[in-house]
Design a protein around this ligand. Sequence first.
Ligand SMILES: *Cc1c(COP(=O)(O)O)cnc(C)c1O
Length: 383
Amino acid sequence: MDNGTIPMLDLKIQYQSLKTELDAAIMRVIESAQFINGPDVEALEQDVARYCGANHCIGVSSGSDALLVSLMALDIGQGDEVVTTPYTFFATAGAIARVGAIPVFVDIDPVTFNIDTKAIDAKITPRTKAIMPVHLFGQCAEMDPIMKIADRHKLAVIEDAAQAIGSEYKGRRAGSMGTVGCYSFFPSKNLGCFGDGGAVVTQDRELADKIRLLRNHGAHPKYFHKIVGGNFRLDTIHAAVLRVKLKHLDNWTLGRQQGAAYYTAALSKYGVQGRFVEAPKVMQSRHIFNQYVIRCDDRETLREHLKRDKITTEVYYPQAMHLQECFAYLGGRPGEFPESERAAQTSLALPMYPELPNAQRDRIVRSIAACYEAASQTTRRAA
Ligand SMILES: *Cc1c(COP(=O)(O)O)cnc(C)c1O
């Protein structure tokens, strides 16, 4: 970033703070020449299982593959239906389509951005095999009603916890409540590796064994294939990096939570909150703030204003899934999921990383306040 620009995320600061330890961990893998599986992957799996409150963890090649291999392990395929949210990163719905199943969308709760659990029941059919809730931006979906519906209809629950490692719902960790939980170690997630990586957790030993098999082309023993899997392995170098980083995750989460609290307080101090901005709802939960997202009616004006003030923002996500070109065959139409569409038009993510100084956050909030002040003066002149 050029001088003075506030980025969305600054991974260089994090690397510098752990450089000695990370470099040593990587060098150990290189010197051992064990690049595939091995003790680092096994140790990371144990660490992640413990951290997430699950009995089993299987390291995989990405968050997208975590979702894919989970669907494969649950024998979900051609003609099956999976209920999920249209307001998410593409990989959620993409994984469902890739196994030949049909993503069936349910609108979101406008306050939490997560699936509206009251609307799920109406979408269950005899073909429904699973519910795939997403814990968006680091806040858990309402898991109690989801698990109740799943129990009643004998459905699997695949938690897309890619943005939510360590987040909690009523004292339970994201990923540990459903049939399986899927994490991503993409660099911009709260626990990121130095490339692509992911993990699946489950309480069910049989399912864990099957996912382990699928991760390695279904081979057991080597060159004898029970089922058709793929290469879904987590690279050993990434596992070594993640083991170093996991020890710091709670500290980083605290930094993000404090940063989020600062944003919320500062936004309301400048009279912004309530008028134009909804702060994320504080639930009976541990929100890990993978993103801090505000709402604004005139998003493009605000984004331009912030850009002139050298503040980076991002839109997660500008197009809901039912309106994606590749899902036209599902017959989605505009207006079908109004809250998801409104979120796609009005949500704006602000810079969020634990090392972001409060002085910078203040600069961001003052810039937002100045933009709204200018807008309300224009409105007054027009009146
Ligand atoms: C990042 C993400 C994924 C995919 O993870 P990758 O590691 O990038 O493949 C899936 N779902 C959600 C909600 C995500 O944010």
